[in-house]
Write a protein that binds this ligand. Structure first.
Ligand code: PLP
Length: 473
């Protein structure tokens, strides 16, 4: 069997193809990549894959961009490492300046870490430090949402509410200071007799009730993914939602915190997701990561509003948190180069343009009256270079599709790989207990071409129809 031919129906029969010393994250052994150029990845067996999701919504300008490769090489030649508690470095200073200056006046300071989970841990601790320094030490609670993901550390797993990822660790998670309210997922949870405005008001009231239950002056902040990523498959908030939630935070002096690890840094066609979906508001604290380094390096960052920056500058004056690799010179040089490529090549405009084309083709092909997939295509949503396709097999009028206990989305993900396309399949996206729902995530590089968009849609639609056809009752 070729490395790419993974048996989607039975993970047991997909035994390791070659011995591996890696403790992998999947029940099957993933094929090994040996080279990559742009969005094309070559495997050990010679098969070439088109990556339509940038790995995990990370590789936003593809692999091997010459400007980034050069920046990394140059930086290794200059300074490869200094310890951030003793020395700062030029690329870190420059990247911070870039992030503050491009933030639409929302941010005054920036702190670096090495990835998304670290960024969200840092956000939690910065929120706490802010209230510690400003003499409100009684503030200790965080309110986040069900069906969310904020990282895989104990703190960020406790903060978020992703049932599958939490399950084995529930016993060691912190249930004392992390609390949850409903997701903002209109397509699934807005009631049929409710307008969008009424739905938003219900969610606002629920947050306010939670503040009152906990004691409003004990809350550090409300935390949300601006657009929900992997947990429910690119779910933008209803109109007015983020503004309404921020109004509750403002009323009780708590922080409004956004996790843009996946949704930010251009993925939706604007640098920050709140510029597309934020109703004109900006966060007090924000985490970014994936698109920041574009996959070239491990990096994440925390962006501080003037309010939080002042609270810390006027008191301690420094960050009581840190890691060995934060503000790493090579990571910062690579990220700065990635961001300059996006700016110089006008890639956000391309992301918006090709994203609109991608979504129109997806709708045309998946929802066409004669499409095998139409009765099961529940929703196509997103913006820029980030789209989610949600499937649903419960329409009583449609021919039954029986996956025999396997997830449709994961089956499609694996079959797509055999067909030459990398997509991300997510299961358990549509119910609060994480047991129902199938979504496919697409996040092509911002420099995706029209021809690649067509190739992505062709292979994906073919794959979806293949899997449906094989499981029709
Ligand atoms: C990926 C992700 C994280 C965690 O980032 P890692 O780099 O995997 O640690 C946190 N929040 C969101 C919304 C993410 O998508």
């Amino acid at each position: 069997m070729s490395p790419a031919l993974i048996d989607a129906k039975s993970t047991e029969s997909a035994a390791p193809l070659k011995p591996t010393s890696i403790l992998h994250r999947t029940p099957w052994k993933p094929p090994v990549a040996v080279s990559a150029e742009g969005s094309y990845i070559t495997l050990e067996n010679g098969q070439v894959l088109l990556d339509s999701v940038g790995g995990a919504a990370v590789a936003c300008i593809g692999n091997g961009h010459p400007e980034v490769v050069k920046a990394i090489k140059d930086q290794v030649d200059k300074v490869s490492y200094v310890y951030n508690m003793q020395l700062s470095n030029q690329p870190a200073e420059e990247l911070a300046k870039y992030l503050v200056s491009t933030g639409n006046n929302a941010f005054e300071l920036c702190g670096f870490v090495s990835g998304g989970s670290e960024a969200m841990e840092a956000v939690l601790k910065l929120g706490r430090q802010y209230f510690w320094e400003t003499k409100q030490p009684q503030r200790k609670n965080f309110i986040a949402r069900q069906l969310s993901f904020h990282g895989n550390t104990v703190g960020t797993l406790s903060l978020a509410s992703n049932p599958a990822r939490r399950a084995p660790y529930e016993a060691i998670l912190n249930h004392e200071v992390f609390h949850h309210v409903s997701p903002a997922y209109a397509k699934r949870f807005q009631k049929s007799d409710e307008t969008e405005e009424q739905y938003v008001e219900r969610l606002r009231q629920e947050l306010e009730d939670k503040f009152l239950e906990l004691g409003p002056d004990t809350v550090i902040g409300f935390v949300a993914e601006t657009v929900v990523g992997a947990t429910s498959g690119v779910v933008p908030p209803p109109k007015g939602y983020l503004k309404a939630m921020k109004s509750v935070c403002d009323k009780y002096g708590a922080l409004f915190i956004l996790d843009e690890v996946m949704s930010g840094m251009g993925r939706l066609g604007t640098l920050h997701a709140w510029e597309t979906f934020g109703d004109g508001i900006a966060p007090d604290l924000q985490a970014i990561a994936k698109g920041l380094g574009g996959g070239y390096v491990s990096i994440g960052a925390v962006l501080l509003s003037k309010k939080v920056a002042d609270g810390i500058r006027d008191t301690a004056g420094y960050w009581k948190h840190g890691h060995t690799y934060q503000a790493h010179p090579v990571a910062c040089a690579a990220s700065l180069a990635v961001q300059k490529v996006i700016q110089n090549e006008d890639l956000l405009a391309n992301a918006r343009k090709q994203g609109a084309y991608l979504s129109s083709l997806l709708r045309k092909r998946l929802l066409a009256p004669n499409s095998l997939a139409a009765p099961y295509t529940f929703d196509i949503r997103g913006a820029g270079c980030w789209w989610g396709i949600e499937f649903d097999f419960n329409d009583p009028g449609a021919t039954k599709v029986d996956l025999k206990g396997q997830s449709f989305a994961i089956t499609v993900q694996q079959r797509a790989l055999e067909n030459g396309l990398i997509v991300m399949g997510m299961a358990g996206t549509a119910s609060l207990d994480g047991t129902k729902g199938d979504a496919i995530l697409l996040s092509p590089a911002y420099n995706v071409t029209k021809e690649q968009v067509e190739q992505i849609v062709d292979i994906l639609v073919k794959t979806v129809e293949e899997v449906i056809r094989e499981h029709l009752q």
